[in-house]
Design a protein around this ligand. Structure first.
Ligand SMILES: Nc1nc2c(ncn2[C@@H]2O[C@H](COP(=O)(O)OP(=O)(O)OP(=O)(O)O)[C@@H](O)[C@H]2O)c(=O)[nH]1
Length: 311
């Protein structure tokens, strides 16, 4: 994997630097764990499966190491063209990192989805170490966690197995230590203080999508895509930024749901997203959010490209 800039400062003896990624079924807590490790919100999270669609990097800075985390979408059997593209994104990520964190929730039985991923990992060429991470321990009692650790041990050949609760902050640092122990020695690749190298408009689009996902059900979450057209300072004002964005759905009926009665839902989404964007950019924001129908975009290669999902 390439990084934008090589630091010239001397790294301390034994400094480690490299890439990690989390893999796991949708909704097992990968993005939440990355945010907890990085210490800020760089990947959006929601209770809807398949929230993550892009490989977002979070950067963990330690005095002895720099850990660059690539966030992957949950691996699943492809159903749509979007699904297929997500899976190829995950596979290419897996071959490029120094260590893989395989996330399995403590509060759910190991199922076919986990076994499918375990087989994929066992079949990887090369010898990328895999750390099994038993997530959401706050949702399971001690006996259940112990049982899950035994079951996970049987699932594959792991360098370590570690229980963690990202929301409670339990053993998050230990996960960081274990991942870092598998990184090669080397100079830091990113300047101190950089937390992600995702472009601003992508982070802003993800925050809007996160706000739009709250409270929607069934197939709608998968049908929502957000593109930020422009971010610009308001003329003659240095304390206000204007954000112009489009929220795409696949059908007119979905558009009606997203907008809500007399625009009420869209207003809520806009207010919630605006607050998050203001927190991210540290400045007041005017958000112009339009809703459009991009018919069946998940299955249409041209639309996928337009919405930023490249081959
Ligand atoms: N109680 C509890 N909930 C958690 C924990 N970690 C994540 N969650 C919740 O689980 C849900 C899914 O978390 P995400 O981090 O979005 O999961 P993900 O694996 O990145 O999901 P995809 O993007 O769909 O692959 C969210 O509602 C989180 O708040 C945890 O440690 N404890």
């Amino acid at each position: 994997m390439t990084a934008p800039q090589i630091m010239t400062a001397q790294a301390p003896e034994g400094f480690r630097c490299g890439f990690a990624c989390f893999i796991g079924r949708p909704n097992v807590g990968k993005s939440t764990l990355m945010n907890a490790l990085v210490g800020t919100k760089v990947a959006i999270t929601s209770s809807r499966p398949q929230t993550t669609r892009r490989a977002i990097r979070g950067i963990v800075h330690r005095c002895d190491a720099q850990l660059i985390i690539v966030d992957t979408p949950g691996l699943h059997k492809p159903r749509t063209l979007l699904g297929e593209r997500l899976d190829s994104l995950v596979r290419s990520t897996l071959t490029e990192v120094d260590v893989i964190g395989f996330c399995i929730p403590a509060n759910e039985k190991i199922g076919p989805g986990d076994r499918f991923i375990a087989r994929e990992l066992a079949g990887l060429s090369g010898k990328t170490p895999v750390v099994a991470i038993v997530t959401k321990t706050d949702l399971a009692d001690r006996r259940r966690i112990a049982e899950q650790l035994v079951q996970v041990d049987r699932l594959g050949d792991f360098a370590d197995i570690v229980p963690v609760s990202a929301t409670e902050g339990f053993q998050v640092d230990l996960v960081g230590d274990l991942l870092i122990s598998h990184l090669p020695e080397g100079m830091p690749l990113y300047p101190e203080g950089d937390l992600t190298d995702e472009p601003e408009h992508v982070l802003v689009a993800e925050l809007i999508r996160e706000a739009a996902l709250e409270g929607v059900r069934d197939e709608l979450p998968h049908s929502i895509a957000v593109v930020v057209d422009e971010i610009r300072p308001r003329e003659d004002r240095d304390d206000l930024i204007e954000v112009y964005a489009h929220l795409f759905v696949e059908r007119p009926s979905q558009k009606a749901i997203v907008i809500g009665a007399k625009g009420s839902r869209l207003r809520e989404v806009g207010t919630c997203a605006r607050k998050q964007i203001e927190a991210l950019l540290g400045v007041r924001v005017y958000l112009d959010l339009q809703v459009s129908v991009a018919k069946d975009w998940q299955r249409d290669p041209k639309q996928l490209r337009r919405l930023g999902f490249d081959d």
